[in-house]
Design a binder for this molecule. Sequence first.
Ligand code: AMP
Length: 219
Amino acid sequence: MNIVILGAPASGKGTQSELLTKRYGLYYLQTGDLSRKLAEKNERLKEIVNSGKLIPQEEMTLYVLDFLKDEKIDLNNILFEGFPRFVSQYEALENFLKIKNSTINLTISIDVSKEEAITRMSARRICTVCKKVYNLITNPPPKDEECGCGGKLVQREDDSPKSIEVRFDYYEKNTKVLIEYLEKREKLVHVNGERPIEEIFNDIVNILDKINGKNNNQN
Ligand code: AMP
């Protein structure tokens, strides 16, 4: 099963993706992470990522498809988070998978309001040592500003107020277009992201189990 998780920055898509990859044994392809790794060796990409801008869409597609080719990943068992964000990226991924006899089974949009996303992003903290992500409101660390591993917690550079606005703008302009495109093709389900983590997770699991049941019955 290949699934795509969509949502505004700080919609909780990272948290849900981690839970889902564990539950279903999926490979977790997080393109934010891939981009930050690429940015370590490339000043141009570093400037783009840190300012909250997006890497040009076709360029990002090449990075993702190269990664899928190089890493010998099971192309039937991936959770994509952060990619695709554009219709062009979705179509490129779909075509790539089709050639490999695979497909995108479902896209899930985790919906939160702009106000909620901005509040959450301002409260997000990352551990400088183990990279664990906390949220001072929804998922607080065991001690103030300190990770469970003892590491110092800091804000991600692209979670600064200026970058937050830029990232949300990109989401509104691009990902929303992709969402409308997928709705027309009946390839998308919406999940309300303004609820406790467990509740959202259970909803998604119910949806995926139904799809899996259908697929198994067809085999
Ligand atoms: P994220 O953690 O998903 O918000 O991604 C962090 C950053 O990585 C983004 O602000 C972009 O600079 C880059 N990035 C991740 N995925 C994509 C994508 N699908 N297209 C373009 N840029 C991306």
